[in-house]
Write a new protein. Sequence first.
Length: 242
Amino acid sequence: MFRRLGRFLAALALTAATTVAGVSLTAGAAQADGCYTWGRTLSQGASGEDVRQLQIRVAGYPGYGAVLTLDGAYGPATRSAVIRFQQAYGLPADGIAGPQTFNRLYALQDDDCTPANFSYPELNKCNSDWSGGAVSASTARFNALVSMWKLQAMRHALGDVSIAISSSFRSYACNSAVGGASNSRHLYGDGVDLVGSPSFCRLAQQARNHGFGQILGPGYPDHNDHTHVAAVGGWSAPNCGI
Ligand SMILES: [Zn+2]
């Protein structure tokens, strides 16, 4: 009897380990707690820093042409974003952020709170400390973080393709060196230039669904060799129907 129980427990442990390993392989769940752990289920009407942390991570799911406000208040727009996130990952889409939603987010985030497929160095090829831009270093770094979560949603929607970044945060010195516009969103940390494949138009068109208030691509002056996305500023990519 004890031997049978032992075998049962061993089998149970194996199952658990396999599941954990499976999640790890998908995206690194073991690193989740290194960033942030939610302590309660969140739904419409909730407010607080935990809601804001959720909003940052679903900022790429506001719906076409919309930008999610990161205000820590779980209103209808946050609920809709959570539903879109849940749908994107095949979870029950109830608009309530509970264990399943949080586990998926843990699996998607690294210890430094960046999403699995993007990193701070990728978003800052200008300097090491995010200084010298139009906002404080901490604000620029945070703005870049939000852009990364939007890009993570976008790459998933495109079939988990990799998205290549040629330029993102720039200090005024870095911006001048590359001839960037004097009011460029790259100075704020949220501007990101996308290159490679999918095509520039495909990237620009898809970006409309993921919280980018600014999209500049083919047909817009100086944007025939990349697609630029940022938090605010409007859309123009005439060669792509935008
Ligand atoms: Zn740009």
